[in-house]
Design a protein. Structure first.
Length: 447
């Protein structure tokens, strides 16, 4: 992606009346697929790349006038999740809150939003050969039809939003969503998860937010859509920028939600050191959480031999694979492993002592939860993606193509980097060069 607005390859598009975005074509050449590896090992069969689509025209085709200056940023960030769209090579994806970074000012990190008018979108893509084409995009809107934006919700709870150079404060927005996981329901509506609340968001087929389910006690006021406090209040202790990230749709329609990182319970230090994270089961019929589970990360040096900081462990994707079974992705920014787990009824900890923030030690503080009587979910390693040649870093979306094949998508962060060098003297993006790719991986023993 080019670091400058001028001279960028423009993508022709047509927008039909009443349709957010009919067609956006983006073609780019990717490297050749990895050669076949010895029997018994996973290997890459295809890599496809999303070409350059300027963010301003993309956004303004969906909601006119929302982006006055895209600062040379191209469409990216669609790698927050991947969900099969029902046709060969087609997937639903979702952007996160948009281009954002961090810049230190007087020794304190500030969260920047270089394109504050950006509105998160659901994007349907087609993988053909070595290219990723955008077929459709649906903006996320409020009850009155305005953009939800990706801006922080609550002062004192979320990071304060700033301009691209971290000098000018931006307003908070209670409608803002940092969307991550996506599934499509049988009626054509979508379910998304969000990191701010953390929250579960029900969205119409046209992108209008129908209901946002948040933790009890969040007290989110002023949103232009329905907000329901239906999630356990203990989730208020989510780490900043580490709310819900994984979402799966189980047979029968129940949803499995994964918190990205251990809760900061009772404090930040406990969350940073913990390897125990929480998964939830939500019933759309009952509009309620029906189960909660404890999931245990492998040691960070097992997931990523080059990393020694436990706080780098995250769950970014969960994938339903039949019955009550899930593939759970444990990752750092450089490596990832997929485990198979079953959501056993006997492992349900919902409403017990571990949901009481006064419990000491907390679930997150336990060095050995099983020894303390916690029914931690058992798991089996399916594939170590860190050992598969051709798999990029920061895999956030995983989809099951068939019994033997997975599709992976990375989050390229819109080409953003942290620090004062993210933009040049003219305020144009200095692109990281990381592209959005969809990578197919063949599993020798399937899943």
């Amino acid at each position: 992606m080019s670091p400058h607005a001028t001279g960028r390859r423009r993508v022709h598009r047509s927008v039909a009346a009443g349709v957010p975005l009919a067609v956006l074509a983006a073609l780019a050449t990717a490297g050749p697929a990895a050669a076949h590896t010895p029997s018994g090992e996973a290997y890459v069969t295809r890599t496809a790349t999303l070409g350059d689509i300027p963010l301003g025209p993309f956004s303004n085709a969906l909601l006119p006038g929302t982006v006055a200056d895209d600062r040379g940023v191209d469409l990216g960030g669609i790698g927050s999740d991947l969900y099969p769209a029902g046709r060969e090579g087609q997937f639903w994806t979702v952007t996160d809150r948009g281009p954002n970074g961090q810049i230190k000012v007087d020794g304190v990190k500030r969260r920047t939003f270089p394109v504050p008018g950006f509105d998160p979108a659901i994007v349907r893509i087609q993988v053909t050969g070595e290219t990723v084409k955008v077929l459709q995009a649906i903006p996320l809107t409020t009850r009155s039809g305005g953009p939800v934006t990706g801006l922080s919700n609550q002062e004192g709870r979320d990071e304060a939003p700033y301009s691209h150079d971290a000098t000018t404060p931006l307003p908070y927005n209670p409608n803002g969503l940092d969307t991550e996981g996506i599934v499509r329901a049988a009626d054509g509506s979508f379910w998304l998860v969000d990191e701010y609340g953390p929250s579960l968001v029900h969205v119409s087929a046209r992108g209008k937010v129908l209901t946002r389910y948040v933790p009890e006690g969040l007290n989110l006021a002023g949103a232009d859509y329905s907000v329901v406090e239906a999630l356990p209040g203990v989730l208020l202790h989510r780490k900043i920028n580490r709310g819900f990230e994984g979402l799966a749709q189980l047979p029968g329609g129940d949803l499995a939600l994964a918190v990205q990182s251990p809760l900061s319970l009772p404090d930040t230090d406990a969350g940073e050191a913990s390897r125990t994270v929480r998964l939830l089961r939500f019933s759309p019929k009952k509009k309620a959480v029906t189960a909660e589970y404890a999931y245990r990360f492998d040691p960070v040096e097992v997931v990523d031999p080059g990393e020694d900081d436990t706080s780098e462990l995250k769950i970014s994707s969960v994938v339903a694979v039949g019955g009550d079974r899930l593939l759970v992705e444990e990752r750092t920014d450089k490596a990832a492993r997929l485990h198979l787990v079953r959501l056993d009824r006997g492992a349900n900890i919902l409403g017990g002592r571990w949901d009481d923030e006064a419990t000491s030690p907390s679930l997150e503080q336990l060095d050995d939860p099983k020894a303390s009587g916690v029914p931690v979910l058992s798991k089996r390693l399916v594939v170590d993606l860190g050992t598969v040649a051709g798999v990029p870093g920061k895999i956030e979306g995983v989809a099951r193509v068939d019994h033997d094949t997975l599709a992976l998508i990375n989050d390229n962060d819109f080409g953003m980097t942290d620090g004062t060098g993210a933009f040049d003297a003219q305020g144009r993006l200095v692109d990281s060069g990381v592209e959005t790719t969809v990578t197919y991986v063949r599993l020798p023993r399937g899943v």
